[in-house]
Design a protein around this ligand. Structure first.
Ligand SMILES: O=C(O)C(=O)C[C@]1(C(=O)O)C=C[C@@H](O)C=C1
Length: 392
C-alpha cells in the first residue's frame, strides 16, 4: 500500500483509512509556521467577569462537571515559549494565508475525489492550496490531526438537504478547532456518457445530499437513485464503466474532468442551494471583533422542563443571535433513567450544537457561556471564527 506521504503528493488518489505513525508526513511542531510571531497577551476566557445578566450569586454547590479546563484550553492564551510544541501559538484570524512558512502551499483535506464540491470549497477558502482528497470524513479529520495536511474543509449543512450529521459527531470525537467557514453555491448537473439521452437513463448515482437536493427533478424524470460517497465519484464511476443507462448528479467541473456530457443544468430543487463548510485546524484562531465572528459550541443539559429554554435564554438575554441549533444523540450514554422512580421511563440524551453570532473576544459571549456553564452538564467551544459574508 502506498504511504500517506506519497498519497499527499498525488492529489488524485484519495487518502483513506487509518494512518499509522510511519505513514505520516510530519511537520515538526517547532517549525509550526502558522503562528503569529509577535508576543501578545490575551484575556483568557472567563478570566474577568462582570456579568450584568447572569445570576451569579448562587454558590458553586450545584455546579455541574463542566469541561472548564477544556474551555480555557480552547481560549486564546499567552505563549510562554515561542517554539515550544507544548505552548503553540493560536492562529490569528488574519492568517488565512495560502502558504506555510517553508514556502510550500497549504495542504487542505477534503472528502471526495477531484471535481467534488468539497474540493471547490477548499479552493474557495484557500485559492492556491494543494487540495488533498480523502475517501471519508474521518480520514480528513485524521489527516489534520496527524500533520499530513494543514486544514480540512468539510460540509456541515446545506440549505435544502439540512445538516451533515456525521460531521457534527466527528467534531466532538476529534479535538480539531473550527477556524473558518465557507459557503458555496451548489449547482447540480445531470451527467451521462456522450451519446446517452435523458430517456435512456434508468437510474442516477450521487452523494445522498446531492440526491436529496434534486429530489423533485429526479422524481419527475422517474429515475431510481443510488448513493455513492461523493458526487464526483459518481461521475467518475459512470464514465469509467461507460454506463448507458445510468447518469450522475455532479458539478460541471466533474463533467469536464471525467469527460461526461451535461444533459441538464441547475437541477437542484431551489436555485439558492448553498452548502456551508467548516474549516478545521489543529489550533484555534485568535478571535477578533474587527469583523463579524461566529462561535460554535456543543453542550448537554440535565433533563427537565424548560432546561433548553433556559440554555438558549443565555444568548437571548444578551441580544446574541443564534444561527444554528442541532441536536445529536449522546452516543456513549444515549438513554437516561427518569429521576422519578415510580415513573420508570428513560429519556433520550442529547448533545446540542449551537452557532451564535458573536466572537469569543466579545464580553457578551464570554458572559453567556459563563452563564450556560452554571447548569450545562458539558460544554465545549468548537471554534470562534470569521463569518463567510460572500453569500449575503
Ligand atoms: O459530493 C460532493 O461533491 C461533496 O462535496 C459532498 C457534499 C455534501 O456532503 O453535502 C457537498 C456539497 C453538496 O451539498 C453535496 C455533497
Amino acid at each position: 500500500m502506498a504511504t500517506a506521504t506519497s498519497l499527499v503528493r498525488s492529489p488524485t488518489t484519495p487518502l483513506s483509512g487509518k494512518f499509522t505513525l510511519s505513514d505520516q508526513k510530519l511537520t515538526p511542531p517547532g517549525q509550526l509556521p502558522q503562528y503569529p510571531t509577535q508576543r501578545r497577551r490575551f484575556t483568557p476566557l472567563f478570566a474577568s467577569f462582570h456579568d450584568d445578566t447572569s445570576n451569579n450569586s448562587g454558590s458553586k454547590k450545584n455546579a455541574p462537571a463542566v469541561e472548564l479546563e477544556k474551555l480555557l484550553d480552547d481560549a486564546p492564551y499567552d505563549v510562554v515559549s515561542k517554539d515550544s510544541p507544548l505552548h503553540p501559538r493560536p492562529l490569528s484570524s488574519t492568517q488565512f494565508s495560502n502558504s506555510v512558512s517553508d514556502g510550500s502551499r497549504l495542504r487542505v483535506a477534503y472528502q471526495g475525489v477531484r471535481g467534488a464540491y468539497s474540493e471547490a470549497a477548499a479552493e474557495k477558502a484557500y485559492p492556491n492550496c494543494e487540495a488533498v482528497p480523502c475517501d471519508q470524513f474521518d480520514a480528513a479529520f485524521e489527516a489534520v490531526e496527524k500533520w499530513i495536511v494543514d486544514r480540512a474543509v468539510l460540509p456541515i449543512e446545506n440549505s435544502l438537504g439540512g445538516s451533515i450529521h456525521r460531521n457534527y459527531d466527528l467534531l466532538l470525537r476529534h479535538s480539531l478547532h473550527i477556524v473558518g467557514e465557507v459557503k458555496l453555491a451548489v449547482r447540480h448537473c445531470l451527467l451521462a456518457n456522450h451519446g446517452v439521452k435523458v430517456e435512456d437513463l434508468q437510474r442516477v448515482l450521487s452523494h445522498p445530499q446531492a440526491l436529496a437536493q434534486c429530489e423533485n427533478t429526479l422524481t419527475k424524470l422517474g429515475l431510481s437513485r443510488e448513493a455513492l460517497d461523493d458526487t464526483a465519484l459518481s461521475a467518475k464511476y459512470v464514465a469509467s464503466k461507460k454506463l448507458k443507462d445510468t447518469g450522475a448528479v455532479a458539478s460541471s467541473s466533474a463533467a469536464s474532468i471525467y469527460g461526461l456530457n451535461i444533459l441538464a443544468q441547475d437541477i437542484q430543487d431551489d436555485c439558492d442551494n448553498i452548502t456551508r463548510f467548516l474549516i478545521l485546524a489543529r489550533e484555534p484562531i485568535i478571535p477578533g471583533i474587527e469583523k463579524p465572528f461566529k462561535t460554535s459550541i456543543v453542550f448537554s443539559l440535565e433533563e427537565g422542563p424548560g432546561v433548553l429554554f433556559k440554555a438558549l435564554a443565555v444568548f437571548a438575554l444578551r441580544q446574541i443571535n443564534l444561527t444554528k441549533i442541532e441536536s445529536r444523540p449522546l452516543r456513549n450514554q444515549p438513554l437516561r433513567a427518569s429521576d422519578d422512580c415510580n415513573n420508570g421511563s428513560k429519556y433520550f440524551d442529547y448533545l446540542f450544537y449551537v452557532d451564535f453570532e458573536a466572537s469569543m473576544a466579545d464580553q457578551r459571549a464570554q458572559n453567556a457561556l459563563r452563564h450556560l456553564k452554571e447548569f450545562a452538564t458539558f460544554l465545549r467551544v468548537l471554534g470562534s471564527y470569521p463569518v463567510d459574508t460572500t453569500m449575503i
